[in-house]
Design a protein around this ligand. Structure first.
Ligand code: AMP
Length: 489
């Protein structure tokens, strides 16, 4: 499914595609259409599933018609923590960059004056934590009679933090004729009660918690042109604190080429692929384990079954064609309770493979941009990576869109951390809990034992003419005539 099919406006789609989003996440597929239709929605989804965009994107479209009056917000989003509220407002800014929507963020620990001035100018979207919202309402600084859309985000956390009475009070100040969206990671009885009380004929949508393989792996993806891949890899290796890393290529031939290239550039590298004699493989692995080699360029089959406890990084030099291989690859790091990092280098032609991976892991791979490297966008639909579209053209003749490089600052996951300011209310104290600082990296679940119904091949079978999922496949055993690049000079 595409964002267009969900009925979003072209300007909204333009903004999200510039952020590198190629396809809606499952919660977005389910919720966006309903919100656009004006339905009340009960969304069961965790952080990391793309749930914020599932309500912010349609809200931007809905609110793009009409204007806000002074101190009379047109929509209200209640979030339990300042960090979440700040993230939501950041998303609004990014997704709404081609709309003229005004927004105010009311969070504890910030000056009342600025927030009041923002309200006085009139806001389309008001994003608030319950404590500060109540303060400003009780001081008569906000009129809530124009609120047509209410979002209660992370309701289960509101419950944990004791905010539900405040939330109920705030809802009591809103007009009864409104659209209400309630998001929660779980459907606890108290959340159900809240939904029954405040939602009108709601549609419940739910997605499984992100089924990510490695709980402690922070994932990122960078999209570059084919010709920039090696340079990108080198700069990532230099910019990250790489203790040691697996670098995955899709094809055996590329393992050898990339290994030689890294070696020539003075990196401490080795290679591992199915054609190497067992003794050489064992020696290479020993050297990697002992730290004599820092980088191990390998193919999927060669790396399967390897259990090396402290690998700091996994680089996907190529996006794997089988989404499940992504899960196996990144599971090479973040083992034994250590933190790991997985960086994927994608090219525009990898769009559908990236979409398949994101669908499998149930969450998007956060995009990052590299300073000085052109950042094209991922293409959707069919693509043929083997042909290597160096001319920037797909097989179907669709030109590769190249957008100006996104702003510098490689970004993993931005999480706003509350500053410690004098506290005034108990709620605000709770809002300052620094829990969210790390959770976005760690919320997903551990691997669920590999491929369903198939057993991973043991390491000593790596030389066979089989793909890891027991089908004869290209990858490690691509016939030579298919490897010739028809576009190569
Ligand atoms: P959330 O679950 O709302 O906290 O979102 C998790 C992360 O996914 C955020 O960094 C979003 O920027 C990102 N994101 C949301 N939707 C998409 C999408 N359709 N494709 C790629 N990334 C997304």
């Amino acid at each position: 499914m595409t964002f267009e099919e969900l009925g979003l406006e072209p300007n909204t789609i333009k903004a999200i595609s510039e952020m590198g989003y190629t396809a809606p996440t499952p919660i977005q597929e389910q919720a966006i259409g309903l919100v656009l239709m004006g339905r009340d929605v009960m969304g069961i989804a965790q952080t990391g599933t793309g749930k914020t965009a599932s309500y912010t994107l349609p809200m931007i479209d809905i609110l793009s018609n009409g204007r806000a009056r002074a101190r009379m917000p047109r929509s209200l989003i209640l979030a339990p923590t300042r960090e979440l509220a700040a993230q939501v407002s950041e998303n609004f800014e990014q997704y709404g960059k081609y709309h003229k929507l005004s927004m105010a963020l009311l969070i504890g620990g910030e000056s009342f004056g600025d927030q009041e001035r923002a309200l006085d100018r009139g806001v389309d979207v008001l994003i608030a934590t319950p404590g500060r919202m109540m303060d400003l309402f009780e001081r008569g600084r906000i009129l809530l009679s124009d609120v047509r859309i209410l979002v209660i985000d992370e309701a289960d956390r509101m419950l944990d933090m004791g905010f539900i009475p405040d939330v109920e009070k705030i809802i009591g100040w809103l007009p009864p004729l409104r659209q209400t969206l309630l998001f929660s990671a779980t459907m606890a009885p108290e959340i159900k009660r809240l939904a029954d009380k405040f939602l009108s004929n709601p549609k419940t949508v739910s997605v499984a918690p992100p089924a990510s393989p490695a709980e402690l792996v922070a994932q990122s993806m960078v999209v570059v042109n084919d010709r920039d891949k090696r340079e990108t890899l080198r700069s990532l290796i230099k910019s990250e604190e790489v203790a040691n890393a697996f670098i995955f290529c899709n094809r055996k031939r590329d393992v050898a080429v990339l290994y030689r290239s890294l070696d020539r550039h003075g990196f401490s590298a080795g290679q591992l692929h199915g054609d190497m004699p067992q003794t050489q493989r064992t020696e290479t692995l020993d050297a990697f384990r002992k730290g004599e080699i820092k980088l191990l360029v390998c193919s999927d089959v060669a790396a399967r079954g390897l259990d090396i406890a402290d690998v700091s990084h996994v680089f996907n030099f190529d996006v794997p064609s089988h989404a499940e291989d992504y899960v196996h690859r990144i599971g090479r790091t973040g083992r034994a309770g250590r933190n790991g990092r997985a960086l994927t280098i994608a090219t525009p032609a990898d769009g559908r493979y990236v979409a398949a991976i994101q669908k499998l892991i149930g969450k998007p791979i956060p995009p990052m941009a590299l300073e000085g490297v052109e950042a094209p966008t991922l293409e959707e639909g069919e693509s043929d990576r083997r042909g290597g579209r160096r001319g920037g053209r797909s097989r179907g003749g669709k030109p590769t869109e190249t957008k100006p490089a996104r702003p510098a600052e490689p970004k993993v996951e931005k999480t706003v951390v509350a500053e410690a300011k004098p506290e005034t209310r108990p709620e605000e104290k709770a809002e300052r809990k620094p829990e969210r600082k790390t959770e976005r990296r760690t919320e997903s679940k551990p691997p669920r034992g590999g491929r369903r119904g198939r057993s991973p091949l043991p390491a000593d079978e790596v030389g066979e003419m089989t793909h890891a999922d027991d089908v004869l496949a290209f990858g490690d055993h691509m016939p030579g005539f298919l490897l010739r690049d028809p576009l190569a000079k």
